[in-house]
Design a protein around this ligand. Structure first.
Ligand SMILES: NC(=O)c1ccc[n+]([C@@H]2O[C@H](COP(=O)([O-])OP(=O)(O)OC[C@H]3O[C@@H](n4cnc5c(N)ncnc54)[C@H](OP(=O)(O)O)[C@@H]3O)[C@@H](O)[C@H]2O)c1
Length: 289
């Protein structure tokens, strides 16, 4: 196996790098900002992508890169559309040309959040934000340009990364102020990068190409998520219930976007951890427990 991990400095990319290193495999790693000693590759540049894949000849490409700045994307939508849309198109063209399987990830923000039960892979998308639209573009390019892809939608991703942030890290910094308002009307489930990696590897080993949803079991509001972290770490912080509208953020988020794991267990028999168990494992990994 000669994997190419695109976006290796991110949360998910870093998890893949650690997974492969533990297996004695040295992945080819890229980033676009020169923030590490990985190869430099901007996926929005088709010529560079074609040259890089041609030169490095990976056996599988795992695209962990993305423009994830949900609020900034409302204004800077061209960058979001370029990275999350055209960038995926470029990878799909290059991988299809060299007959290399391509793994890619999308988001629960492709939905409008009006459902009252978990979203399945059969549900219709209706994004509320430019970020959601940009991720749909990537999905469409992937599906139309490549025939051996694995596409997994995930929600509220958290995992170890020196360079990236996540809700847990953000909440811990807000908590230093002593009081935090967190929304009760945003409900989904966190997804641990370890589970994403394990599921992806099993799907690849099984040759089960196609389209999946993955999130940790159970569901919670942002408030319940924050409270679980605060209680577990015995933080001295007062939590106040709030609503999305209170924050006046540029991008609208779905009020409910839990992703159903239908398809994962049926295909590879994988039991996804409850989100609380996953968060505890992450906090231990980060040395906080
Ligand atoms: N984070 C979440 O809460 C969340 C929720 C739902 C879905 N997802 C999806 O899950 C996947 C993994 O997310 P993550 O949280 O691990 O992402 P992340 O931590 O934000 O990392 C993104 C990576 O993409 C790289 N990148 C950005 N622009 C690039 C470009 N033009 N060319 C090449 N690389 C570029 C970044 O590195 P440089 O800036 O150094 O290039 C970084 O390594 C993504 O598809 C994301 O959309 C994430």
């Amino acid at each position: 196996m000669r994997p190419l991990v695109i976006g290796a400095t991110g949360q998910l990319g870093n998890e893949f790098v650690r997974y492969f290193n533990n297996k004695g495999i040295t992945p080819i790693c890229t980033t676009s900002s020169g923030r590490s000693n990985f190869h430099n590759l901007d996926i929005t540049d088709l010529r560079s992508v074609l040259e890089f894949i041609n030169e490095t000849k990976p056996t599988v490409v795992i695209n962990c890169s993305a423009y994830n700045l949900v609020d900034k994307a409302e204004e800077d939508w061209q960058t979001a559309f370029s990275v999350n849309g055209l960038g995926v198109r470029n990878l799909a063209i290059a991988c299809q040309e060299h007959k290399i399987p391509l793994v890619h990830y999308s988001t629960d923000y492709v939905f409008d959040g009006t459902k009252k039960e978990p979203y399945t892979i059969a549900d219709k998308e209706n994004p509320l934000s430019k970020y959601g639209q940009s991720k749909i573009l990537g999905e469409q390019f992937l599906k139309s340009l490549h025939n051996r892809y694995i596409l997994i939608r995930v929600s509220w991703v958290f995992g170890k990364s020196e360079y990236s942030t996540n809700f847990i890290k953000k909440f811990l910094s807000w908590a230093e102020r002593g009081e935090v308002r967190v929304s009760i009307d945003e409900i989904s489930a966190p997804t641990y990068t370890k589970d994403i990696v394990n599921v992806t590897i099993k799907l690849l080993e099984t040759g089960a190409f196609g389209f999946y949803h993955l999130s940790n079991e159970g569901e919670c509001s942002r408030f319940e998520y924050a409270k679980f972290i605060a209680d577990t770490l015995k933080l001295k912080v007062k939590l106040y219930e709030a609503h999305q509208e209170d924050f006046n953020l540029p991008a609208k988020r779905p009020k409910y976007s839990k992703l159903s794991n239908f398809g994962i267990h049926q295909t590879i028999g994988f039991e996804v951890m409850h989100w609380k168990e996953a968060v505890l494992e992450y906090l231990k990994e980060e040395g906080m427990l």
